[in-house]
Design a binder for this molecule. Structure first.
Ligand SMILES: [Zn+2]
Ligand SMILES: [Zn+2]
Length: 156
């Protein structure tokens, strides 16, 4: 396979722990859907279901798929400011030099946001458990008695 941008023969290479085809001349990268997913998983632990949409819409380009030569489409990677090319016949995704690092960066951020949401939900659930717990109702009850009978003192 040849680089879609400079026509150099792509070489298999391991980057970020993922096997991909890399252009030795311009450092462009060619990844299958699975390899792209593997790359994301290096920075994101919540699994595919939590990653959100990979692409919403795409536009045609004149860049050719290294595998089948068909014109590729470009799309905005997970709605971030990162343009990627892909072959509609699902041959793969084209990343420019160092865009693999951008993917890792974005997925790391995504993971941190998700972790915060999960944590906030946990706190809210704990708060609800507290409100429903017997001890809370007892306190309300004691307060009500204290209000009616000035001699009884609230116990907290
Ligand atoms: Zn190249
Ligand atoms: Zn193709």
């Amino acid at each position: 396979m040849k680089c879609q941008s400079c026509d150099t023969e792509l070489m298999p290479k391991k980057r970020d722990g993922v096997e991909m085809e890399v252009c030795p001349s311009c450092d462009g990268m060619w990844l299958s859907r699975q390899e792209l997913s593997q790359l994301e998983d290096k920075a994101f632990d919540f699994g595919d279901d939590e990653k959100g949409s990979l692409m919403l819409g795409s536009s045609p380009t004149t860049h050719k798929c290294p595998q089948c030569g068909k014109f590729m489409n470009s799309f905005q990677y997970r709605l971030y400011e990162l343009e990627m090319l892909f072959c509609e016949d699902q041959h793969g995704f084209w990343l420019e030099a160092d865009e693999d690092k951008r993917v890792l960066e974005l997925m790391k951020k995504e993971e941190a946001n998700l972790a915060r949401t999960v944590l906030a939900e946990d706190r809210f659930a704990a708060h609800l458990r507290y409100l429903r717990s017997g001890s809370f109702m007892d306190k309300i009850h004691d307060l009500a008695i204290a209000a009616i009978d000035p001699r009884s003192k609230p116990r907290f």
